[in-house]
Design a protein around this ligand. Sequence first.
Ligand code: 5GP
Ligand code: MN
Ligand code: MN
Length: 326
Amino acid sequence: SYPPIDEEILALLRNREEFVVIGHVSPDGDCLSSQMTMNSLLLKMGKTVHIANAGPFDRSEIAYLRSDFLNHIDQDLKQRDPVIVVVDCSSPERIGHLAEEIEGLTTVVFDHHSSGEQFGTYRYIVPRSVSTTLIIMQLYKALDIEISQEIAEHLFFGFATDSGFFRFINAYRGETLRLAAELVDLGVSPNLMNDRMSGGKSLGYIKYLGKLIDRSESLFDGKVMISTSYLEDNKQYITTDKPSDSLYTMLLSVQGVEVVLFFKELEAEKTEIGFRSSHQSSIDVGALAESFGGGGHKKAAGVTLNKSIKEAKKLLLQAIETMLKA
Ligand code: 5GP
Ligand code: MN
Ligand code: MN
């Protein structure tokens, strides 16, 4: 089960008065839900709380979570010496330009990534937790703070996004389901959560997904599937949403596929790569992404390279080939 939270961390939250809750760049559902629920927790403790994120916010399915996010920690705020609470981030780079703005401040990190760099003054890292929100749920329990229906929904939403709606639960299995059940008992509707997570997309985005599936290629004896998004696509399709889970699900469902790589051209010399590996595969895509400066989990990871699509493909496919041979 989840390890106990250090008394030092609980004391820090109890004793200090002002906090800034920060998440990673291009926040996903788990990150934003973690920020929201950490914010609520601290508010319930009577604290002054700010939420900050370097952005960009571009996924329609999480638009409903948006509230008043600061884009910067200004000097005024910094001088008041707030405690920085970082959620769902495996390394300081993941918080973008905010990293330098919080230098020198007391920082506590709540995260579940297995790869990355240890940072922060205090850390509660549980790589076996499927989401950061379930880690924050432990904090509610440890501090004996009531979980309202709204908070339960946010906690569940983070769990739902990172677990692919119950599909990727590799550790704390029974416990994870019991935590989810507890949230449902607090009034969460799994149906509504699924709508929030997967519904509300534009037709233009679905057509774009179709194009990405159409473009997919099978490599290395069918063990690897890749697909590519080009800058050109912006003219014809709605491409602003991140590649949805459904693209990876489709490509991973092809017989024999172990790894899916999705290349997205952001600029002529800037490519974002998303990775997924199948449940049966021994390939650790988190380690692979980390070796290129990114990170993530064993089965889901990402990195952005300052390279053209062509160069990025060459590099990554060479690395994958080496891993498949090993
Ligand atoms: P997604 O493909 O859903 O954006 O990301 C999958 C996983 O990879 C997430 O857990 C996320 O934290 C991680 N990830 C995605 N992009 C990056 C990146 O550029 N750097 C790091 N360190 N992790 C990333
Ligand atoms: Mn995340
Ligand atoms: Mn997460």
